[in-house]
Structures are given as C-alpha cells and as structure tokens.
Design a protein around this ligand. Sequence first.
Ligand code: HEM
Length: 495
Amino acid sequence: AHFPPGPPRYPVLGSYYATIKPGESKPNLFWTIRKFAKDYGSVFGFYLSNTPFVVVTEFEDLKEVLKRDELAARGPNEPGNRFRPGWNTIAKVDPEVNKGRNPGVIGGNGRYWKEQRRFLLRNLRDFGFGKSSMEESLQDEAQKLIKFLKTKSDKPIDLNRTMNISIVNALWGILVGERLELTDPKLLKILTAFDELLRGNNGNSSLARLLPFKSMALWPGFKHWTGFEAARKVFEDLQNFVKPYIDEHSSTLDTDNVRDFMDLMLLEVKNCKDPESSFFGETGHFALFNNMIDLFIAGMETTSSALLWTILYMLHYPDIQARVHAELDEVVGKDRPPSLDDKPNLHFTNAVLLESFRVTSFVPMSVPHYALADIKLRDYVIPKGCVVLPSLFHVMYDEKHFANPKTFHPDRFIDESGHFVDDERVIPFSIGKRYCLGQSLAEKEFFLFFAGLMQQFEFQRVPGAQLPPYSVDEVQVKGILRSAPPFEVILNERQ
Ligand code: HEM
C-alpha cells in the first residue's frame, strides 16, 4: 500500500512496457527514470516482471537511505553469478544474504562484503591508494602514455582504446606488480568484449526477468537472445587472464617479502584460521580471484572514460582549455610533470575536473542496491527484496543547485577570489556505506593523467569533422554507463 507512485503494473510483465522508449525495442532505464521522475515525483516505483524497483532522486533522501545497513546490499544475480569462479562459495558466509550473489566485493553482502571491503580499502590504501608509491606508479604510466602519444601527434587519433589500456595498466601494476604492453592482444580482446557487454550491445538481459525459471536464460534457445552467452564468454576470458597471476604469485609467495597487493591477499587467506571468515580456505581463495576481476572491471572503463569526456569538453570549449594551459604553465611550469602537491594550487583545473564529473554523470543510476528489509522513506515503504536505483544523475543535474545543469561550466565551482569551491552534491562515486571503493585512486589518477596530458598537448578538433555532442539529451546511456561517444582528436605538442 505504501509502495511509491509509478505506472500501472500488469501480471507477468509488470511495467515492462513503460520502460521501452518509443522507437526502441528493449528497456531503456535511463530514459525511463527521467520520464517517471517528471510523471510521478522524486521517489517512484515500478515493476519489471515481478521485481519491484524504486528510484530515489533527491540528495537528502539518498543521504538518508544510503547510510542504512539494510540498503548497503546487492541483489541476487542468478544465473549470471554462475559465470564467476567458485560462484557457490560466497553463500558459505552469511547464506541468507549471499545466496545467488556474485562472489567478490561488488556483489557480496553481510559479513562477506564487510570483511572484503575493509581489507581492500585498508590495504589498497597502504599499498598506495593515497601514498606516494601510488603516485609514482600513476606518474610512470601517465608519462608512458604521453611518450606514446607524442609519436601520434599532428594527425587525427581515436584515444579510446589506448587510454583504456593505459589506465588498466596503472591499476594492474599496483595489484600484481606487472605492467602489460599497450598492445597486448589478450588484454585488447577482453577490453573490447567487456566494452560491448557494458554497453548492452549483446542482447536484452531484461528479457531474462520475464522467463518463468531463471535458469532458462542459459538454455541454448535463449542464451544469445538475452546476452548471457556473451557475458559467460567475457568472464571466461577474464578468468583465464587473471588465473596465471594467482598461480604464479602462490608458487613464489614469500612471507618476508610482500611484493604487491595480490601477495597481501594470498597471505591473509593463508593465515586465516576462522572457518566462518570470508578469507578462509576455498572461500578466501575465490574471494581473492573475484576481487581481482571486480577491480579490473570497475577500474577499466571508468577513469579512462572520465578522461575521454574531459578531452571532448576541451574540444567544445577551447577558451576553457586555454585557461587550464595558462594555469598549468604558471603553477607547474614545463620542466617537471604535475604532481599531487600541485593540486591544491590548480584552482581552475580542479573546477574543470569536478564539472566534468558532474556533467558526465558516468554511472547515472549508480550500481543497483537491494533492500534486505522494509525501509521507510517519507510516507513510502521500500519493500524487502526491492531493487533500489540511486539516481546520482538527478542530484548532479538538479536545477535548484546547478544553474543550466546541462551546460559544461567549470566557473560554477570558482568563487569571487578565483578559488576552487568543492560541492558535496557532485556525487559521481555515490555516497553512503557502499560508495565507490576506488574513489581515492580514480580522483588521483584522473588528475595526474589529465594535468600531465594538458601540460604536453593542445587538443584540437579535426578540421571538417563533426564534433559529437555531449548533452545528456543526445548521448545515450548504454547498460549502466554513460560512455563518451566516439570521436577523433588532433594532439599538438605544446612548446
Ligand atoms: C571515474 C571513475 C569512477 C567512477 C565514476 C566510479 C563510480 C562508482 C559508483 C557509482 C559505484 C557504485 C556505488 C554504490 O553502489 O552506491 C562504484 C562502486 C565501486 N567501484 Fe567505482 N568508480 C570509478 C572508479 C573506480 C576504480 C578506479 C575502482 C577500482 C580500482 C573502482 C572500484 C569500485 C568497486 C570495487 C565498487 C563496489 C563497491 C562496493 O560494492 O562496496 N571504481 N563506483
């Protein structure tokens, strides 16, 4: 009775029909939530088959619900969870909240998730998320990218894949202590396949919700149609990619010489004596395996896309680009790369980066949460078993706080004395108990790569070529991400 307002619900389909944009053939969730927010208000609900969804769009409401333990959870992902190595081990810890979930930090709940998240946050930070060793590692990778791009300057180039690999490489170096070649064919294959999957180009996973039994989505007649076969293949490739690193690290593990993050995690599993723990034995081994896959997935497309979007904004606004160049020349000069110590003095550059996060709204509906119990919000009840989509997009495009929200305008974060002013409503990493675990890394990486590239290059439009739009009305959200549209750019080396 207290379910939030929304479209009518019908047997079997729920409100499936209302989530298909006219002229399209499969549900378009981003279009749906923008339309429903206008039709039904700031909290609304609908059903896809018999799964209830609630969308929360106001900042204050999100602050309230995302700090609740009952919503710091993910829902079941059956049968897709079966594509993960050791998929059934997660249910050994806190089975009530972990049955049917993906093993690994992104999909886990309860004790499993708390232990794994705490471990990852603490140790990735110690291993460099925030420390200077991390900065060095990111600097190295940024300089490698700049060197590579200098061989490509003065002619049109699509930066997408190169940027992607460079960013993955920085992360992979921290995790397993090894750098990959920018042209590694295995990695290229995985990145391309995963890109397709994220963009939802391989099928219609929402259709799987309409099947009477979940396992039918894996049947020969359905698995291509629903995209499950493509997902299975990508996870198989990812697994084959990660496994040799685990084998090699296990066989050369030395307690007195911890080489990288993977060593730390292997030691934690080796030393764990508590059979209830998520680090114990086989469960711990597969938690490590899946965490590596999770970090790879989460770190791959995100930061590189943030960079691509920002370069696109620079092409749209050459005057803004010139101001960033001028600031970098004055604060950093040309004889050394920009460092994290420079960041507080680069006011306009910080404003550009924050505005880029805001306008891009890269994960506009966040990663879906799941209600483990009934949750009261205003006069409504978010029922147990409900999928909750926190609309980060609505917060970052709220006209009451951001004038002309669809326009890229970094000066909104600069005060009268020319200083950068942060804004708590720019929440690309979400908020609350489950906020992005890689936020600290991503922010540093974004800054070092962007400032490094801007110090060395001027980004120019390709003469005669149409520059793609950036507006949220024109660039579609595919899957759960708002990836940059493809474009080419000319890199001019700055003197
Ligand atoms: C521009 C870059 C990035 C953006 C915009 C971003 C955004 C997000 C968002 C919106 C979530 C969902 C939070 C929620 O459920 O409420 C998330 C989760 C997560 N992100 Fe990121 N992310 C970025 C980069 C990274 C990087 C570089 C890593 C790791 C190396 C990472 C690792 C994760 C993980 C592990 C989670 C799941 C956390 C959990 O469930 O406890 N992210 N991210």
